[in-house]
Write a protein that binds this ligand. Structure first.
Ligand SMILES: Cc1ncc(COP(=O)(O)O)c(C=O)c1O
Length: 949
């Protein structure tokens, strides 16, 4: 008997795996929203005037298996070599336990930024470990929870130095031995701010002429120097000393704090994080306690919860862009949390002795290598080094480099006559022998007698990593359980929907995540010769072409490694364009008041003045106000920054007009692409009149949020801006770089590319439509219980909706916080709180959530509304109810219960699972206590107990 044919396509990634609701579920959802078809809903929601002319067509989408096969073929075009180029990027061993349990574990990589501390205790602890590690290694009092890369950390340190320095000088000194990309990014950052960068020999520094200085050790050519005297000189003239240091070398070398440094920066890449053609890796910054309020980036601190128990949280958030906007300490939003977690676990995994042993082994290898070269008559420089040496080979440079490549090894070309060599944890005796062969030396690397080339006065004298966490039993059973315990404290996408408005917490599919761990992608040095990166370049070309098709732009720069970095890069591009037109004076930027905080913060970084524009009653840009301000500032208008669909979640039909007005008065239009998930396949920012946009690949294009990074924020530009895109010292271009590596965090581009290849044009478009359907479904189901702010003219929302909780403050003393924390009892991550409107929740379900999960969320929200009603009617007391006491912990359940509601009602509200109940590990965290009693390194356990009393 023949089979009944089935039309089910099991390997249709877009419709079967990525998009949550099944066709039947979608039909039910459409019915609730009041439409017969998805297209009818979309036609009603997305105005015709902004629709794109041609559908997206990327050919036949790939199945997961096809994708992995295809990516293997492309990966093979990258040449896996042993790179001894150094320059801030090193071979490292990722402990398999960390690779499996963190890098490849969705419990870690799908988590959101820990703004909601009660459900983020695990990653907050790991990040606190990171801060403690950095603080110890650098010998400075406080560290942040990562920055984007070492070069941007240097630039951030420069602007921080300017903020805190009491010197009136306008120049900043940079040690010529810093890595070239650090110098270049510092210069890019300095230029629009009017800071003169003086690059030179620290011994010749005129300390009076500068407000601060940046030194580096080991220097880019290997020098290990004590900067104590230089720093003293700087301090005598009120200057601020920044030291960039390799944290692994600090296990052996005198630390920046002991030299008197005010700020230390660097990269933790070699703490078990693959090079990945430039990233992502976590950079660090540490400083003195006195400067903590001026430090950029997130800082994890210790506080207490409502019951006085120890609880971690993000501290000093009032410095950040979402509060202080153009007056913020920096625009850093997404950073490198996942990589900071990996680096901190590497330190936990090895402990101080293990790290020191690794560093000593590296140093001994470098000494053996140098000795072999010296004994063969080569001139090795410097005499004191850690892991890097430079060899003068005169006219033999090309021959030595080529011989090394023939041996499978990349060395660094330094000037015309020298060759740089940096060894690392993965360097084998065979590698050293092969390097010798490249220099014409036949010799066995078999003399392992220790010899050191670090002068005694540069030896480290202080302890580090003394906290018990770095001394735990490091058997893999313990390590695995520690990582598991921390992950279990958090609520990531592997447990529940994370309905965060403007963040697009969609599926990060397993197949998309796999290629980045392949050596062909993960071990490539960002400065390896181009012919060894052919796979990367094929991927970048194809992904760029697709992103151009999607956005309507003419070219893409992959360099920015976060959305905010994209904004900054885009504005620099506009500024360079104005300069090229002889209009370099243009410095006014119109930004709607509802804009994300990174917009004004980025505008400030390029030296522009922000002019805020009002919103009208409907939440749209107030066109009259916009026009008036554009006209008033016509002579100096640099541009505007708008978000589309708006941060209120509406497709504003006036967008063309806004762009027209901006252009009419000589400005350029920056369209923030954070909300692209509402547009892909339907509408293109380039067609709307945008000149440049960033795309948060970690939102719309499936890169996971990693608990606060990594991200990627490439920018698309129109043709007239192409010549002004960021360049890089290694790859050329007229403008300076914005990131350390030419392609930013290149290795995670594999995720977005895989996403596009498997979704195809139609799948991507369908995802957008379903994201809009899901948001409208939620808005409809919650109608009556909550006011939905800001709808389009036909009463629809875009891909997110804003629920108003402000009325409950008066009616029931219930705040937006209470609602957010109560959702945790139902096993949900809170939506975006109080942005763009204070006292509201912005909900973005994305296309990846099933109807069942959306309904579970609706159940939870409706039950919360019923609880509010019970307070309103006096059935429940205003100060002691399930909302005020949320979230409830397991301890609440088992302790004496004297509450006016049952344990069942408190701990198992609708939406909560009975068996798989998520228990927040702490009660509501006291933010004020945490900022008043700031502790940002792991304190001894006894301190917590005292604090709680
Ligand atoms: C509208 C908007 N613009 C810009 C950003 C900044 O992006 P990133 O966090 O990648 O720096 C965000 C991030 O949430 C955003 O929502």
């Amino acid at each position: 008997m023949p089979f009944e044919p089935t039309d089910y396509l099991p390997y249709d990634f877009a419709n079967r795996r990525h998009i949550g609701p099944s066709p039947e579920e979608m039909a039910q959802m459409l019915k609730v929203v009041g439409f017969d078809s998805l297209d009818a809903l979309i036609d009603d929601t997305v105005p015709q005037s902004i629709r794109q002319a041609k559908p997206l067509d990327f050919g036949r989408p790939m199945s997961e298996r096809e994708l992995l096969f295809h990516m293997r073929e492309v990966a093979k075009k990258n040449m896996v070599m042993t790179s001894l180029i150094g320059q801030g990027y090193h071979g490292t061993v990722t402990p398999p336990a960390i690779q499996r349990n963190i890098l490849e574990n969705p419990a870690w990589y799908t988590a959101y930024t820990p703004y909601q501390p009660e459900i983020s205790q695990g990653r907050l602890e790991a990040l606190l470990n990171f801060q403690t590690m950095i603080s110890d290694l650098t010998g400075l009092e406080i560290a942040n929870a990562s920055l984007l890369d070492e070069a941007t950390a240097c630039a951030e340190a420069m602007t921080m130095a300017q903020r805190v320095s009491k010197s009136k000088a306008k120049a900043f000194f940079v040690d010529r031995d810093c890595h070239p990309q650090n110098i270049a990014v510092v210069k890019t950052r300095a230029e629009p701010l009017g800071i003169e960068v003086i690059v030179g020999n620290p011994d010749k520094m005129d300390a009076e002429a500068v407000f601060g200085a940046l030194f580096q050790y080991p220097g880019t050519y290997g020098h290990v120097r004590d900067f104590t005297d230089h720093i003293e000189k700087l301090h005598a003239h009120k200057g601020i000393a920044v030291v960039s240091a390799d944290p692994l070398s600090l296990t052996l070398l005198k630390e920046p704090g002991a030299m008197g440094a005010d700020i230390a920066v660097g990269s933790t890449q070699r703490f078990g994080v693959p090079v990945g053609a430039g990233g992502p890796h976590a950079a660090y910054m540490a400083t003195k306690d006195a400067f903590k309020r001026n430090m950029p980036g997130r800082i994890v601190g210790v506080s207490v919860d409502a019951h006085g128990n120890k609880a971690y949280r993000l501290s000093l958030q009032t410095r950040e862009q979402h509060i202080r906007r153009e007056k913020a300490t920096s625009n850093v939003c997404t950073a490198q949390a996942l990589l900071a977690v990996m680096a901190s676990m590497y330190a936990v995994f090895h402990g101080p002795k293990g790290l020191q042993a690794i560093a000593q082994r590296i140093h001994r290898k470098a000494v053996r290598l140098a000795t072999g070269l010296e004994e063969a008559g080569f001139k090795v420089d410097p005499q004191a080094f850690f892991d890097t040496i430079t060899v003068d080979v005169g006219p033999l440079q090309a021959a030595v480099m080529k011989s090394a490549v023939d041996e499978g090894i990349n060395l660094r070309q330094v000037g015309e006559t020298r060759v740089g060599i940096t060894v690392d944890e993965t360097t084998r005796p065979e590698t050293i022998e092969a390097v010798w062969r490249a220099f014409g030396i036949t010799r066995a690397d078999d003399n392992f007698t220790p010899a050191y080339r670090v002068p005694t006065d540069m030896h480290r004298k202080s302890d580090y990593l003394t906290h018990p966490i770095f001394h735990m039993n490091r058997a893999e059973t313990e390590m695995m359980r520690y990582m598991r315990r921390l992950a279990d404290r958090d609520l990531a996408l592997d447990r529940a929907m994370i309905p965060l408005g403007s963040c697009t917490m969609k599926l990060n599919a397993a197949a998309e995540m796999m290629p980045l761990s392949w050596p062909e992608f993960s071990t490539i040095h960002p400065f390896a010769p181009a012919n060894q990166q052919a796979g990367y370049s094929e991927m970048v070309q194809d992904l760029s072409a697709k992103l151009c098709d999607i956005t309507g732009y003419d070219a893409i720069s992959m360099q920015p490694n976060s959305g905010a970095q994209g904004e900054y890069a885009g504005l620099l591009t506009i500024a360079a364009y104005h300069r090229a037109q002889g209009e370099g004076h243009r410095n006014i930027c119109l930004i709607p008041m509802s804009a994300h905080g990174t917009n004004p913060a980025s505008a400030q970084m390029v030296g522009w003045t922000v002019v805020p524009v009002k919103s009208d009653d409907k939440g749209d840009i107030d066109l009259e106000d916009f026009r008036a301000k554009a006209e008033k500032h016509a002579a100096a208008l640099a541009g505007c920054m708008i978000t589309y669909p708006s941060t209120h979640g509406v497709f504003e039909e006036t967008v063309h007009e806004v762009c027209k007005i901006t252009h009419q008065f000589g400005g350029q239009v920056y369209i923030d692409g954070a909300n692209m998930n509402a547009m892909v396949g339907l509408s293109r920012p380039g067609d709307l009149g945008g000149d440049v946009s960033h795309l948060n690949l970690h939102k719309t294009f499936a890169i996971p949020h990693g608990g606060g990074g990594p991200g990627m924020g490439p920018i698309g530009v129109k043709s007239h801006l192409v010549a002004h895109l960021p360049g890089h010292p290694e790859t050329g271009g007229v403008e300076g770089p914005v990131s350390a590596a030419p392609l930013g965090s290149a290795s995670i581009l594999t995720i977005s590319w895989a996403y596009c290849l498997m979704m195809g044009g139609a799948g991507l478009t369908q995802a957008t439509k379903v994201a809009i359907l899901s948001a409208n479904y939620l808005a409809k189901r919650l109608e009556g219980a909550y006011d939905v702010l800001y709808k389009g003219p036909t009463g629809r929302v875009a891909h997110e909706c804003i629920l108003d909780t402000r009325p409950f403050a008066d009616s029931a003393d219930v705040t937006v916080d209470d609602v957010a924390k109560r959702l945790m009892d139902s096993g949900f991550h809170a939506p975006t709180m109080s942005w763009p409107v204070a006292g509201t929740l912005m909900v973005e379900p994305t296309e990846s959530e099933t109807k069942a999960e959306l309904d579970r969320f609706v159940d939870a929200m409706l039950s919360i509304r019923a609880e509010i009603k019970a307070v309103e009617t006096g059935e429940m007391p205003r100060e002691n109810n399930a909302l005020k006491n949320a979230p409830h912990t397991m301890e609440d359940l088992v302790k004496d219960w004297d509450r006016p509601y049952t344990r069942e009602q408190g701990c198992f509200p609708p939406g909560a699972f009975r068996v798989d109940k998520y228990w927040p590990p702490v009660n509501r965290v006291d933010n004020v206590y945490g900022d008043r009693n700031l502790i940002c390194t792991c304190p001894p356990m006894e301190d917590y107990a005292e604090a709680a009393e």
